[in-house]
Design a protein around this ligand. Structure first.
Ligand code: ZN
Length: 618
């Protein structure tokens, strides 16, 4: 049995060429020939990315002698048999500024282990040592290291040796190296660091205070102590960009720098609210998906797709609690929360794909559909994030109703944590449903059959009435109407005519999407077409909407458009804007019992130890 650690060594060797230098030493390689490979995907992002395509050159040696290497598949090599330690040396091209990849230039270095560290087949459970070397002299003076990896021989934030118990842990701790900003706070006794790279003017103290509220909320939600000893937010601030990826003791976040709070900012802007929601989402994942995880993700094969029908629970329920935690921890108001939920519902109701694909299928097909969306996506698929969040709302309110407010989805999450999260046992494919039924003590078979395995819309109007919230659908007032807010005064009195299209960004009126059954599709227009004139007058992205919506539904318009380089003509009959924009409104004058239910929902009352006493009192 092998006890010696696999040793990795990484250096941001050539920032100008975006090349990391990596070495991997296997103390006792397979005498029949050691197999090694780089993952094809990174956990949390369900798409085959073939990270090995960024390996520029690779060689192997043992005791100063070269060892032959033969590629046997995408990102998989077999080394010739050798005795004694085997070292693989390679360069990795790193020019992907996303939370999923690796990036290196003269301003910083960032990497995920999935992009850098070869998996040594048969040694996945061996401990790993990682030596992180500084960049060459003249580059990166003052650079430091930020990661949730355990330090072995390194000062805090220093170059040196870090360690992991196994390969799975090694690749679950992204690393930022650079001259970053740093603040730290304590949440329920756990040190949290906030690291920001990129140019920014963030009020670090404010950001730390607000993130502390979010973290303490989530830790107390699942119950102290927190499952990690330390946690790191790795934030990259850019002019334009967005993304987040969860890890067991850290998260990588990519955001626009002006979504972060600056000195003197009052309140929580819509942009900052979005950032806090993203941070909250990834932090909730430290429980829901990193520890409470689908059985099929335990020891998952990273060389090929791994399918589950439960992403709606891991991403949808997380998407429900990310914003709910902001209102429960007092960072945003109830009205602001309902606005966010209304925007989510609007995104779901705008896509007719929700009537064709179930959440279970959306989860299963994430690899080929959700992550590889084309112009027809709104007509053909549903998001397990957004519809998943609405089903989470519906499940929560259904359990509250069925148990007379004694239990809720909060209890489901806590029971999932006790049963699967703490133990590390994977959740079977029906595990979330079974636990929900156990908590609700009623048969939820029809609920899941319709909402998760079928394509029914969640009955939000009915369920939200229990908590004194009206669910209203209205037509969009403009192409930029995201929903969540009531119509402007008089806005609903004028019927608005639409073509049933979405425009790409840019000055020309290029169609990015054409809605099924809409006026444009019936007239023969297609995604990619560029509308150049309506009734003989020039059309642009700026004036197309205005030129149409003042006309009555049913009126005919003559359209000139280019398909590729061919000018074509179309006659379209405009349609009335559909009622696909959702608004959630706090009902005025709700009775005391309804207000109490609403408060319990939005304030997240603590777990009720004595539900019988509550029932008696209520
Ligand atoms: Zn997520």
């Amino acid at each position: 049995m092998n006890q010696a650690a696999i040793c990795y060594r990484i250096c941001p060797r050539n920032p100008g060429a975006h090349l990391f230098e990596v070495h991997c030493t296997v103390p006792d390689p397979d005498p029949a020939g050691q197999r090694v490979g780089l993952p094809a995907w990174i956990p949390g992002s369900y798409m085959i990315r073939d990270f090995a395509r960024h390996i520029v050159c690779i060689r192997a040696q043992s005791q100063d002698e070269p060892v032959a290497l033969r590629k046997t598949g995408n990102g998989i090599w077999i080394c010739a048999p050798c005795s004694g330690p085997l070292t693989l040396s390679y360069e990795v091209y790193a020019w992907d500024l996303s939370v999923r990849g690796a990036h290196l230039d003269t301003t910083h270095a960032y990497f995920n282990g999935t992009s850098m560290f070869l998996q040594v087949h048969g040694h996945e459970h061996d401990s790993c040592v990682l030596q992180i070397d500084p960049p060459p002299a003249g580059v990166g003076d003052g650079w430091r290291v930020a990661t949730a990896l355990a330090r072995v021989r390194a000062e805090p934030h220093g170059f040196g040796t870090y360690g992991a118990d196994n390969y799975d842990e090694l690749i679950d701790h992204p690393v930022e190296i650079g001259d970053f900003s740093l603040t730290a706070f304590d949440a329920c006794g756990v040190r949290h660091e906030v690291v920001i790279s990129g140019r920014h003017r963030t009020d670090l103290a404010r950001l730390g205070r607000d993130l502390k509220c979010v973290c303490e909320h989530h830790i107390r939600f699942f119950g102290e102590p927190a499952p990690m000893d330390r946690y790191v937010f790795l934030i990259t601030a850019v002019g334009d960009g967005y993304g987040g990826l969860e890890h067991r003791a850290s998260t990588s976040l990519l955001c626009q720098r002006d979504t972060l709070p600056q000195a003197g900012d009052a309140g929580v802007s819509a942009e900052y609210r979005g950032f806090l929601g993203l941070a909250s989402h990834e932090y909730f994942h430290a429980w829901n998906v990193k520890r409470i995880k689908p059985l099929v993700f335990s020891g998952a094969d990273l060389s090929r797709e791994v399918h589950t029908r439960m992403l709606w629970a891991f991403e949808g329920i997380t998407s429900y609690y990310d914003d709910l935690a902001l209102v429960r921890s007092g960072l945003i108001t109830s009205s602001a929360y309902l606005e966010l939920l209304g925007e989510t519902a609007t995104r779901v109701w705008r896509g007719s794909g929700r009537l064709k694909q179930s959440l279970a299928d959306s989860s299963f097909d994430a690899w080929t559909k959700f992550y590889r969306q084309d112009e027809n996506a709104p007509n053909s698929i549903v998001s397990y994030y957004t519809k998943g969040a609405l089903v989470a709302v519906a499940l929560d309110l259904t359990i509250r109703r069925a148990t007379g407010e004694a239990r809720s989805l909060d209890d489901v999450m806590r029971l999932l944590w006790e049963r699967y999260g703490r133990s590390g046992i994977g959740v079977p494919e029906d595990g979330v449903e079974r636990v929900a039924e156990e908590v609700a003590a009623v048969d939820l078979g029809e609920f899941f059959e319709r909402m998760v395995y079928g394509t029914d819309d969640p009955p939000l109007a009915d369920l939200l009435a229990d908590v004194g919230v009206d669910f209203v659908l209205r037509p969009a007032e403009s192409d930029s109407d995201k929903g969540g807010k009531p119509a402007r005064k008089g806005g609903t009195e004028t019927l608005r005519s639409v073509l049933g299209v979405r425009l790409a960004s840019g000055a020309e009126a290029r169609l990015s999407q054409v809605s099924d059954g809409g006026a444009a599709q019936e007239a023969g227009l297609a995604a990619g077409d560029v509308i150049v004139a309506v009734d003989g007058l020039r059309a642009t992205s700026a004036n197309l909407e205005k030129s149409l919506h003042s006309r009555k539904p049913g009126s005919r318009v003559h359209i000139h458009a280019f398909r590729r380089d061919e000018l074509m003509e179309f006659d379209a009959t405009l349609k009335e804007a559909p009622a696909d924009t959702c608004v959630l409104v706090l009902r005025e004058g709700a009775d005391a019992a309804t207000c109490a239910r609403r408060a319990a929902w939005l304030q997240g009352t603590a777990p009720r130890a004595e539900p019988a006493a509550h029932a008696a009192g209520g």
